[in-house]
Design a protein around this ligand. Structure first.
Ligand code: NAD
Length: 264
């Protein structure tokens, strides 16, 4: 899986094709969408129009909460493939555990079937806490390849990251830029970025890469799409890695997975 990909949350369907095209032209090969983003069709159009061979692309989509359950998962997966215009995805994720519904184990069994058929080359989860992961490991035979969680310098997720490392699960960071808001104006971060002649967004992405996280920054602005992948020509030194590590406040931007039971 490419360590740096392109996320399309909140990109309207009719803008997704052009955002995806811009990203592919800039060199991204991994695209992260979800059924609930309602832009799988536009994403698929962008992928098809690019002319990039399918085996060079890494496409992720996610099962929405309301579709959890064994048979409904199989139906929802078919619908996602259809909208994307693909015959397989590279990674399929359970979007949220939805503890109140208590269907994620059954859902995971459907994911195992989809995986065994080769229609998802890898299967994983998103927003699973270690307790949810532990249950999957105990009740099924398959370790998720990936857990995609909220992760940025303000929420560094040391405990889940250690759990993932112990079990061979890749940590993928959503909102890796902290959604751009106050984080990118943080003076300490700006000072680190300036040292390398890079932007705060690039410094944050570099911190993720050196930490071992998979990242999927989002932008619809072509110059930023290019900026966010231009992070492979410098390396933060240990002191600057520590400086960014010091920005952790444990503050979430999104919902808490233990209480996120919204079906939408
Ligand atoms: P992000 O941290 O990638 O921030 C995106 C925002 O930051 C942009 O909208 C823009 O305002 C700003 N930005 C981007 N590049 C910039 C730059 N170079 N300079 C200055 N500002 C810049 O946030 P995100 O979109 O929430 O997360 C990224 C991806 O993660 C999403 O698109 C989606 O694919 C995924 N995601 C998954 C979940 C989940 O529950 N699994 C939840 C949220 C997001």
């Amino acid at each position: 899986m490419p360590q740096l990909g392109f996320g399309v949350w909140q990109v309207p369907d009719d803008e997704a094709a052009s955002a995806v095209s811009t990203a592919l032209e800039a060199g991204y090969r991994s695209i992260d969408t979800a059924a609930v983003y309602e832009n799988e069709q536009g994403t698929g159009r962008g992928l098809a129009a690019s002319g990039v061979p399918r085996d060079e692309l890494f496409v992720t989509t996610k099962l929405w909460n309301a579709d959890q359950g064994h048979d409904s998962t199989l139906r929802a997966f078919d619908a996602s493939l259809d909208r994307l215009g693909l015959d397989y995805v590279d990674l399929y994720l359970i979007h949220w555990p939805v503890p109140e519904a208590d269907r994620y184990v059954d859902t995971w069994k459907a994911f195992e079937k989809i995986h065994s058929e080769g229609r998802a080359k890898a299967i994983g989860v998103s927003n699973f806490n270690p307790s949810h992961l532990r249950r999957l490991l105990e009740e099924t035979g398959t370790v998720p390849a990936v857990n995609q969680i909220e992760l940025h310098p303000r929420l560094q997720q040391a405990v889940p990251r250690a759990f993932h490392a112990d079990h061979g699960i890749a940590t993928e960071a959503w909102s890796p830029l902290g959604q751009g808001k106050e984080l990118l104006d943080e003076p300490k971060l700006r000072a680190v970025a300036e040292k390398y002649g890079k932007t705060p967004a690039q410094a944050v992405l570099r911190w993720h890469l050196q930490t071992g996280n998979v990242v999927i920054p989002k932008s619809v602005t072509p110059s930023r799409i290019r900026e966010n992948i231009d992070v492979f020509d410098f390396e933060l030194d240990a002191g600057d890695m520590d400086e960014i590590a010091g920005l952790d406040t444990g503050t979430r931007l999104g919902p808490d997975p233990d209480t996120m039971n919204w079906m939408g």
